[in-house]
Design a protein around this ligand. Structure first.
Ligand SMILES: *[C@@H]1O[C@H](CO)[C@@H](O)[C@H](O)[C@H]1NC(C)=O
Ligand SMILES: *[C@@H]1O[C@H](CO)[C@@H](O)[C@H](O)[C@H]1NC(C)=O
Ligand SMILES: *[C@@H]1O[C@H](CO)[C@@H](O)[C@H](O)[C@H]1NC(C)=O
Length: 386
């Protein structure tokens, strides 16, 4: 994919747009990728263990080399509200096999608006895993919304009881992700933990921790327009989102455009102070990333920015991976993963491991037909270099 209207030869001096296999831009070295799906496996299927529906996939590497996947196990119906378990699966062999699922949190049997996922986060410096979820994410069913976190200090084998983060960040609704939080690797604020999500009628917001998750505070916003008022189609309403750290230490946020404002495509912004502030000056709409207003994922991995979503302006279908060698300025290629029913997706990779850094792992909602449009959560292994 070249810049529209400009022939490739114009860019021969820049070489990498024209497919040279190795390129160094001074900030990061990368090899051109040739992604291929090498394995796909359903790891949660509706009805398993008497759970009505598994939804909202999230997945992360751990610093010890495992993969942790989590989902909402919706007990009695597929509704966003209602009682749920937080289901976790762990793999110690890069997703070839998965340990039996654990229900690491249970909101009971009568709750009107139960736990909603969520964000998973690896503190690589301390080897701690976190999973964030929200209780009462939809005010029409309950009064006070709270955000909770569970932790694992043993690589996801056991999980703590939940800690009520709302005691620190307040009780305005905060729905993290769905996706992963990040730990800053580059200045400013090396080691900072950042989790971003959306708030009811207020837009996108991040929470940050500078003490490995002991205390959390509110970071920057991208406010919706209107703000704190009922929203409708066409409004500027940034919703579910995923942060990534770019090579200059800035944080890029890729957001669901709930109101289809300006386009049926993703909203992108960047923070240069570790998610403390976001400015409209850095906000744009990426028209190449068409989206039906659905949760998607993005990942910066070995010098390449990846994006995966249901690539359609109006339907949850057509799961597609795209990649960019210039931080999302242009997208150089795409790989169709599943043309049929596909909705929320999550993505991870082992960033610091040469041995396994040549794969991406995607977990997405996959369906067979319109009546069962997201009846399973499917794990996909993508080989990046063919
Ligand atoms: C969590 O903390 C908030 C804010 O202090 C409080 O309103 C809420 O009741 C707490 N929830 C639980 C379950 O402890
Ligand atoms: C990508 O972003 C980095 C900073 O994060 C910048 O140094 C670099 O020039 C950008 N690359 C391209 C090709 O835009
Ligand atoms: C479906 O995805 C492919 C790439 O995977 C893309 O080329 C195509 O335009 C998409 N279809 C629709 C209807 O958007």
């Amino acid at each position: 994919m070249y810049v529209k209207g400009a022939p490739c030869v114009v860019f021969v001096v820049l070489t990498f747009w024209c497919g040279f296999p190795v390129f160094s831009a001074g900030f990061a070295t990368f090899r051109n990728v040739t992604p291929k799906v090498v394995q796909e496996k359903l790891i949660w299927i509706k009805g398993q263990e008497e759970v009505s529906l598994y939804r909202i996939p999230i997945i992360s590497y751990t610093s010890q080399g495992s993969l942790i996947a989590a989902s909402e196990a919706r007990k009695y119906s597929g509704s966003d509200h209602g009682p749920k378990f937080l289901a976790v699966k762990r793999s110690t062999d890069k997703g070839y096999t998965w340990e039996p699922q654990q229900f690491v949190s249970d909101d009971g049997s009568i709750v009107k608006d139960g736990l909603n996922l969520g964000a998973i986060l690896s503190d690589d410096e301390k080897g701690i895993m976190f999973i964030f979820y929200t209780m009462c994410a939809h005010y029409d069913h309950c009064d006070t919304s709270t955000t909770h976190v569970i932790r694992s200090y043993d690589d996801g084998v056991t999980w703590t009881n939940s800690f009520n983060v709302s005691e620190q960040i307040g009780t305005r609704m905060f729905a993290p992700g769905p996706g992963y939080g990040i730990q800053k690797k580059l200045p400013p604020h090396v080691g900072r933990l950042v989790v971003c999500g959306h708030t009811s009628k207020r837009g996108m917001v991040c929470v940050i921790s500078d003490d490995h998750g002991e205390t959390w505070k509110n970071g920057g916003y991208i406010k919706s327009i209107p703000f704190k008022q009922p929203t409708k189609a066409g409004d500027f309403n940034p919703n579910e989102c995923q942060p990534v750290e770019l090579p200059d230490g800035s944080i890029m946020i890729n957001m669901r455009n709930q109101g289809h404002y300006h386009c049926s495509c993703r909203i992108i912004t960047r923070s240069f102070d570790g998610a403390e502030t976001f400015s409209f000056d850095n906000l744009y709409f990426d028209e190449a990333l068409i989206d039906p207003a659905c949760a998607a994922s993005t990942l910066y991995h070995n010098g390449v920015l990846f994006f995966v979503n249901a690539m359609s302006t109006n339907k949850r279908e057509n799961l597609t991976l795209q990649w960019s060698y210039n931080n999302g300025t242009t997208w150089s290629g795409k790989l169709n993963i599943f043309p049929g029913y596909s909705a929320y997706s999550a993505m991870t990779a082992f960033s610091n491991s040469l041995k396994y850094g040549d794969e991406l792992y995607i977990l997405y909602e996959k369906g067979q037909n319109s009546a069962n449009s997201m009846d399973s959560l499917s794990f996909v292994r993508v080989a990046l270099y063919g």
